[in-house]
Unconditional design. Structure first.
Length: 244
C-alpha cells in the first residue's frame, strides 16, 4: 500500500462539512388513515393503516402536523442531529463488518478486512486489505492503516481534521497494536512493527521493532518469538463471496 498517495486533504473535508445540508435523519412509525395522506416524496413504506417513514425529521414533521386529523399515533426514532455527512453504504465493501460498527462516508476498506463490534471509522480513513479493526477501536479522520494489520481492541488511532495543517496517523503494512494503545497525530508506524498494549506512541516508529510504554520507546527488534505471538489467522478473513 502506497500510503503517501492516499491521505485525504483536510481542507476538502472541512469544506464538504461546511457546505453540506445538515440533516436530522429519523425513522417514524405512523398509524392512521394513511391512504388519505400525501407523503410528498418522502420514503414511505406501508399500507393504508400503518407505515414507516425514513427521511429528514425537519421535512417529515410538517407533513404529519398538516395531517394531524388523519394520524392516530406516531413514534419518532432520531438517528442523529444536524449531521453533515452520512454513514457509508456497507454493501459496497468486500469485507466482514460486524453489527455496531460505525463507518462514516468516504472511507475505504480493503478486501477481506474485518471491522469488529463497536469500532468507529471516521471520514477520509483507509483500512487496508486483510486488516482487522478490533472491538471499540477508534480510527480518526484521514488515518491510513495498511494491509494485514491487527489494530487491537480499544486502540485509538488519532484523527486529524482539525487543525487541518497536521498530518494524520499512517500505519504501514503488517503492524500489530495491542489493546488500548494510542497512536497520536502525525505519527507513522513502520512496516511489521508491534505496539505493545497500553503504549502511547508520540513519535515515528521504524519498521520491524517493538515499542512499549508511555511515551512508547523501542524495546527490541521483532524476532521469531514476536512473529509467533502476533501471527494473524487467515480463517478470520475468509468471506463467502467473490472478491471483486
Amino acid at each position: 500500500m502506497d500510503t503517501d498517495k492516499m491521505v485525504m486533504d483536510a481542507k476538502r473535508i472541512i469544506s464538504m462539512i461546511k457546505e453540506a445540508k445538515k440533516r436530522t435523519p429519523a425513522t417514524i412509525f405512523v398509524s392512521g388513515e394513511l391512504d388519505q395522506v400525501s407523503f410528498e416524496g418522502l420514503n414511505f413504506v406501508g399500507g393504508k393503516d400503518f407505515g414507516v417513514i425514513n427521511g429528514d425529521f425537519e421535512e417529515i414533521m410538517p407533513i404529519l402536523e398538516r395531517n394531524a386529523k388523519k394520524i392516530r399515533k406516531y413514534q419518532v426514532d432520531v438517528k442523529a442531529r444536524n449531521s453533515a455527512l452520512p454513514l457509508s453504504d456497507l454493501t459496497k465493501f468486500n469485507a466482514r463488518i460486524e453489527p455496531g460498527a460505525i463507518i462514516r462516508d468516504m472511507v475505504k476498506i480493503g478486501d477481506g478486512a474485518v471491522i469488529m463490534m463497536g469500532a468507529v471509522i471516521n471520514i477520509g480513513s483507509e483500512i487496508g486489505a486483510g486488516t482487522m479493526i478490533d472491538m471499540n477501536v477508534v480510527v480518526g479522520g484521514r488515518a491510513i492503516i495498511g494491509n494485514n494489520c491487527h489494530i487491537g481492541a480499544g486502540t485509538v488511532v488519532a484523527g486529524v481534521v482539525e487543525p487541518p495543517s497536521e498530518m494524520p496517523v499512517i500505519i504501514e503494512d503488517n503492524v500489530l497494536t495491542g489493546a488500548n494503545s494510542v497512536i497520536l497525530e502525525g505519527v507513522r508506524v513502520g512496516k511489521g512493527s508491534v505496539v505493545a498494549a497500553g503504549a502511547v506512541v508520540t513519535k515515528d516508529v521504524p519498521s520491524g521493532v517493538v515499542v512499549a510504554g508511555v511515551p512508547a520507546q523501542i524495546v527490541k527488534k521483532v524476532d521469531e518469538k514476536t512473529l509467533l505471538k502476533t501471527a494473524l489467522v487467515p480463517e478470520l478473513r475468509i468471506l463467502n463471496i467473490a472478491v471483486k
